[in-house]
Design a protein around this ligand. Sequence first.
Ligand SMILES: CC(C)(COP(=O)(O)OP(=O)(O)OC[C@H]1O[C@@H](n2cnc3c(N)ncnc32)[C@H](O)[C@@H]1OP(=O)(O)O)[C@@H](O)C(=O)NCCC(=O)NCCS
Length: 220
Amino acid sequence: MKNIIIFGLGGFAEIVYMYFKQNPSFNVVAFTANESAIKENDLFGLPVVPFENIETVYPPTKFQMFIAIGYSNMNKKRARVFDEAKSKGYELTSYIHSSTIINDGFVMGENCFIFENNVLQPYVTLGNNVVIWTGNVISHHTVIKDHCFIISHVAIAGNVVVEPFCFLGINSTVRNRITIARECVIGAGAVILENTKEKEVYVSRSTTKLDITSDMLKNL
Ligand SMILES: CC(C)(COP(=O)(O)OP(=O)(O)OC[C@H]1O[C@@H](n2cnc3c(N)ncnc32)[C@H](O)[C@@H]1OP(=O)(O)O)[C@@H](O)C(=O)NCCC(=O)NCCS
């Protein structure tokens, strides 16, 4: 069983705490955050310890950490705390929900969190600090590099490379043999058929609204 400290006190930290709690391989012992962000000394009945001196209370020789910070500032905040925790000597744990399908040739770095019902085909590689939310398909030989965040029902075809710090929004699609350059935002429902350039933002059109009301439909 791994004894873990969760960095973060927000919604993502609350969610990962629930998932860790349901898995007997993990034992969450405390939360941590920068001292200036701490308002209460406990969360879910566990101590909240300032990150600045966490190693004196929970030494990295005995405890692992998970950095539960979302995609704000293009994942840069999560990356910064990842580096700070590594320089304190912590091993950053990764989590894969039991319903997710993993195949041969799968490689994953530290501080990854993979939620339920994902399909990761053979030879998928995830770097460090990658979050894969619920129900995505990541096809064979695809590489998702450090600090990326993939929201739900994203379809990534085979041999795709997603460079660091990207955000792929809900229900987006990436065709095979595409490279998504670093720090791109692929908006909800966007369809990417060509390589992208650094820091580009892609959005899809909202669905067309008919100029009638629902009580005017004749066959529903
Ligand atoms: C692409 C996306 C990130 C843009 O986010 P946003 O919050 O709308 O962005 P902003 O409000 O900062 O918009 C920035 C600019 O882009 C423009 N813009 C945003 N979406 C646009 C669209 N679909 N078409 C045209 N322009 C658009 C805005 O009008 C704004 O322009 P302005 O500065 O001139 O006013 C968002 O549409 C999206 O797809 N998010 C992912 C949703 C998701 O998966 N969420 C899961 C969370 S659990």
